[in-house]
Design a protein around this ligand. Structure first.
Ligand code: E4P
Length: 217
């Protein structure tokens, strides 16, 4: 299972990278705005800064909502750095743009996916990644984790190579649930990854080992 971090915060990306378990980064316009990154030039520079920290794929989202605009923007994003993956919204023009880019060998991430049918369409259009937003489904009292299992089943049935990128992960249990289902990738906040470390028996066990060692040394 690949671990992506869902942030545009360079410090958090560095921290996850230093842990040695980071496979990539996802961003979106809201995450960029949260870090105060505004203006076309600054945004493009920030993507390159992220690519220079992490070894894996970095999703950069288009703002255009029409096919021509998405193609133009996606080509510029993809030319920025070999690690960039063009992130496209799950709308009709986004599906067309996904097919356009996949035919050209440009990697894509179809985002804002909330149903198995949308995920099927993204795979048919050749998406590299599909991003079902499980946390946002949970927010409206719909089982987000169940959507990941439906998509896993559909992709397995037909051997689709599109990778399931479980997105909108809110906490560590989401990560574990997605791993059990066989999601290819998870993207979440740093806390969802660091939470995997924690167990009180690890802490008390280590404290005991160190105390026993100190008695005789
Ligand atoms: C995915 O790529 C999105 O950036 C993200 O996971 C959305 O998560 P949120 O629902 O926490 O905003």
């Amino acid at each position: 299972m690949k671990f992506f971090i869902d942030t545009a915060n360079l410090e958090q990306i560095k921290e996850a990278q230093e842990l040695g378990v980071l496979d990539g980064v996802t961003t979106n316009p809201s995450l960029m705005a949260k870090e105060g990154i505004t203006g076309a030039e600054n945004i493009l520079k920030h993507y390159v800064d992220i690519c220079n920290i992490v070894d894996g794929d970095v999703s950069a989202e288009v703002i255009a909502t029409d096919f021509e605009g998405m193609v133009k923007e996606g080509e510029a994003l993809s030319a920025l750095h070999p690690q960039i993956v063009v992130k496209l919204p799950m709308i009709a023009d986004g599906v067309k743009a996904c097919k356009y880019f996949s035919d050209k060998g440009v990697r894509t991430n179809v985002t804002l996916v909330f149903s198995a049918g949308q995920a099927l369409l993204a795979a048919k259009a050749g998406a590299t990644y599909v991003s079902p937003f499980l946390g946002r489904l949970d927010d409206i009292a719909t089982d987000g984790v169940h959507l990941i299992s439906e998509i896993r089943q559909i992709y397995n049935n037909y051997g689709f190579e599109t990778e399931i990128l479980a997105a909108s992960i809110r906490h560590t249990m989401h990560v574990i649930d997605c791993a059990k289902i066989g999601s290819d990738v998870m993207t979440g906040p740093l806390s969802s990854i660091m939470g995997l470390l924690k167990h009180p028996l690890t802490d008390s066990g280590l404290a005991q080992f160190l105390a026993d060692y100190a008695k005789g040394n």
